[in-house]
Design a protein around this ligand. Sequence first.
Ligand code: RNT
Ligand code: ZN
Length: 417
Amino acid sequence: MSTPIYHEAQERYAAFGVDTELVLQRLAATPISLQCWQGDDVVGFEHSSTALSGGIQATGNYPGRARTIDELRSDLVLALSLIPGKNRVNLHANYAELNGQAVDRDAYTFEHFANWTSWARSHELGLDFNSTYFSHPLSADGYTLSHRDAKVREFWVRHGIATRKIAAEMGRQLGKTVITNLWIPDGCKDSTVSRRAHREWLVESLDAVFAEEIDPKLNRDAVESKLFGIGFESYVVGSHEFYMGYAQSRKKILCLDAGHFHPTEGIADKISSVLTFCPEILLHVSRGVRWDSDHVVTLDDQTRELMAEIVRGDYLDRVHIGMDFFDASINRVAAWVIGARNTQKALLLGLLEPVAKLRKFEEEKDFASRLALLEECKSLPFGEVWDEHCRRQGVPVGFNWMTSVKTYESEVLSKRN
Ligand code: RNT
Ligand code: ZN
């Protein structure tokens, strides 16, 4: 039963030509992919579990990090139960279940992800996937697919191929398409003179990784750019221009990570440019703070603008929404829930925008009314619509979700060391 307060909100929006019922349907139909790596500070479960490298860092030492795959799954289940809608889980290749086998990343097979897949099936979750090119002895000098040594490149090409095969099998078994993302750390701390050579090696390697056609119903590939990394300040091989060209020419999905551009540069304005040339976009919704690209997503202007652009351009069916942050300084389950609920709230705000009215003002060159209405929208009762969504989706309304996290913290997380 909807509450009277929701009906009031419904009428307020209806006055601007917005149908909140339709909005809630669209919101419920849009999954968010939860990054598994928020649960264990991107460590993964390979035997050696080398320290996190590749220009990314999870800072903080809040107790409760998942130390085993079972712990990570149980943390994910709690987080998912507090986020409205049918969502997805995004795995990384270094979350393979190796059971002590001495197998390197170029030889990973579906069997190492079979348990993850049956777990996903039993929770009716879709999976997404990532090849892992960091935290490995063969990436220690900062280069992988664009390494000057062909042997190193070949190792990583085999890893990329293995990842796509695993993803396709996950997609087949789940009956849900997997989006596999490829991000490499490659680059250098200081002025590099062989920029061209590394980029040419990277194209060659990527073409080799993607050589085999895979049914797009099972797996689709994305490539992710970055401006700089920690210790990779002067040169990153896979820059935005590089992958924009690559994705456009090879018809791949372009992954835009909100934290991978200049600090004042948002990704909202890129959506309609990229989608003019690329078939689809994968989002890594994140929050850049100074040099860190991976803070927990808040309901900030950049995220709101991003979601508004996706709705305004009618692009929802060409955009895959994933999150990418890793915060080790707060309760990790809470981080997932805060980030996901904010991502969804930003999308809800975008869906609630009276686009038709705003467009009309634009056509009439009435820019004062456009600005006035855009600002007016900020004080419309979107919180009531959000609460209604949570109620209908059977998740806690408002701040109440935190109670479950606190109970779990005292009963489970605080007992980990
Ligand atoms: C790194 C990229 C990449 C990673 C994950 C773990 O800067 O954003 O997406 O965060 O693959
Ligand atoms: Zn990312």
